[in-house]
Design a protein around this ligand. Structure first.
Ligand code: GRF
Length: 189
């Protein structure tokens, strides 16, 4: 079994979708969910689905080895960032494979401060005709690692942040679990 740890800071609808996708998977299991926000809804979603969930502090993440050691003890093969808002410190990037999802077509609309509704606002402000998602490996800079997959959707003139976010979420639900599966268990081509 290949163990995944999910990191999320918010609602966690992607985390929930990933947990459900791998529930009865023969080769991949979601070991645990981790959040830097003690009140994040993702922690509750994980518990409802019978997956362990944990809160960690900024200090534990950046200044101690507590979290690293715990993940290594659990033999985590892949950390999946699903709406996780902190910059991952280099020691994690050296120790683990890490995948992130970004709700736009990188390299556009990426970088510091470009997350959640700020991304969709910027896309709408620029009157883009399309947007999408980017699933990529995590490197030492925000949104700069190699792309694993991009998927596109239209942006309509009457879109609001909410309607665009909903369309992007649908793409995320469709592609994110499969991209994780393909990364961990590549099909021979
Ligand atoms: C997603 O749009 C993801 O791309 C971004 O944050 C959002 C998280 O949504 N990084 P949710 O918490 O999974 O509902």
């Amino acid at each position: 079994m290949k163990n995944i740890a999910l990191f999320a800071s918010g609602s966690g609808s992607n985390a929930e979708n990933i947990i459900k996708y791998f529930e009865n998977h023969p080769n991949v299991r979601v070991d645990s969910v981790w959040s830097n926000k003690s009140g994040a809804f993702v922690l509750q979603r994980a518990l409802n689905l019978g997956v362990e969930s944990h809160y960690f502090t900024r200090k534990e993440f950046y200044e101690t080895d507590k979290l690293m050691n715990e993940l290594q003890k659990r033999k985590i093969e892949l950390i999946v960032l699903a709406g996780f808002l902190l910059l991952v410190p280099p020691k994690f990037i050296e120790a683990f494979h890490i995948i992130n999802i970004h709700p736009a077509l990188l390299p556009s609309y990426g970088g510091k401060g470009m997350y959640g509704s700020f991304v969709h606002e910027a896309v709408l402000l620029n009157k883009e005709k399309e947007s999408g998602i980017t699933i990529h490996l995590v490197d030492k800079e925000y949104d700069k690692g190699a792309n694993l997959l991009q998927a596109r959707c239209p942006v309509f003139p009457d879109d609001s942040v909410d309607t665009l976010a909903a369309r992007i979420h649908e793409l995320e639900y469709q592609y994110f679990p499969k991209a994780i599966e393909e990364y961990l268990c590549p099909k021979s081509k």
